[in-house]
Ligand binder design. Structure first.
Ligand SMILES: [Zn+2]
Length: 344
């Protein structure tokens, strides 16, 4: 059997149901606690799966329903970071946030998401993707009062992520994705140690490995930042040649409604490309034809065998009905182009 072309997937997160967390809010606190929360998270994962399957998404995720935040929830599972202590730090050179403090050696005493991955595996027959924060983005979310070196701390996180990733793979993950929005900002660090740390995190994995690099959710700080980037966003031009030589299989990037020149995909020769055909910074739901147009444009620079239609970023800040509409548009747009490929 030949492989289905243009298999759809999502960057990671989906909105949470209103009974689990406050909608349309990042870092929204849980509405339940204890055993009730554990059960509610699992119910939310089931719904996220059902929405993806009904919409026609091929490679599904848990929609990050068990996490408050894509970086900090993982760090909360580790030792060495003091969440009671807070320092103000500039995140991704863009906005100030009160962040927890690295106060001692960082260690993973027990698996963080492995039970979640087992549950996801048991609830669907489709290939599953599991997301983790990348080492550089983790470093960029904390105040380091112990290692006093972003590189050293990243290396420690990379080892921890690799331990976690190996167990996620054993639990049945088909794709493990590391989220590295920081790769779009700190180009010298990406070159000097960021790619190496990412490769350390992915070392020895037999499943597909991916890295997601984006321009962020549609929050104000990101929208303001984008206004400073000019008519063409060429950030990927710095990292893609380095990633092309790295052991990572897939690169997830932002395309639709962004000022990223599509031709930059050409720098990823040999890699699988998760092209963002859904804008997560607007409530307007794309038409299938708009998705198809973005995919056709991407196909000028990547073969159909290596193209995976995807969202630009996570959809957690959107209203649920909007996110569901976008999932359907993504699948329908991919189906249009798939039919054209078969016909041609
Ligand atoms: Zn993103």
């Amino acid at each position: 059997m030949t492989k289905k072309l243009l298999q759809t997937t999502i960057a990671g997160s989906l909105p949470k149901p209103g009974w689990l967390a406050e909608p349309r809010q990042l870092w929204s606190p849980w509405k339940l606690a204890g055993d009730a929360l554990v059960e509610a998270k699992r119910d939310a994962v089931r719904l996220a799966l059902r929405d993806q399957e009904q919409a026609g998404i091929d490679i599904v995720s848990d929609g990050e329903q068990t996490r408050q935040h894509f970086v900090t929830t993982f760090i909360e599972g580790l030792e060495g970071v003091d969440f009671q202590r807070r320092e103000t730090m500039r995140i991704r050179d863009r906005y100030d946030a009160s962040v927890p403090v690295v106060a001692g050696p960082v260690r993973r005493l027990r698996p963080v998401f492995v039970e979640d991955a087992r549950f996801l595996r048991s609830e669907t027959t489709r290939p599953i993707k599991f997301t983790l924060p990348g080492p550089m983005t983790m470093v960029d979310t904390l105040y380091d009062d112990y290692y006093h070196s972003r590189e050293k701390l990243a290396w420690e996180f990379a080892r921890i992520l690799n331990d976690e990733a190996r167990e996620l793979e054993a639990a049945g993950a088909d794709v493990i994705q590391f989220d590295e929005p920081a790769f779009n900002v700190f180009f010298d660090e990406v070159r000097n140690w960021g790619i190496k740390a990412l490769e350390r995190a992915a070392q020895g994995l037999g499943c597909k490995t991916a890295v997601h690099i984006c321009y962020g959710y549609g929050i104000q700080a990101n929208t303001d930042w984008k206004k400073t980037l000019g008519a063409e966003w060429r950030q990927y031009e710095q990292t893609f040649p380095l990633l092309r030589a790295a052991i990572i299989d897939q690169v997830s990037l932002e395309c639709h409604n962004s000022r990223v020149p599509m031709a930059l995909i050409g720098l990823l020769e040999g890699k699988e490309v998760l092209a963002g055909a859904i804008d997560v910074a607007t409530d307007r739901v794309e038409t299938p034809e708009e998705v198809a147009a973005t995919l056709r444009e991407a196909l000028k620079y990547v073969t159909p065998e290596r193209l995976y239609p995807c969202t630009n970023c996570g959809m957690v800040p959107l209203a649920r009905h909007v996110a569901l509409g976008k999932l359907k548009a993504l699948a329908a747009g991919a189906a249009i182009v798939r039919a054209e490929l078969r016909g041609g």
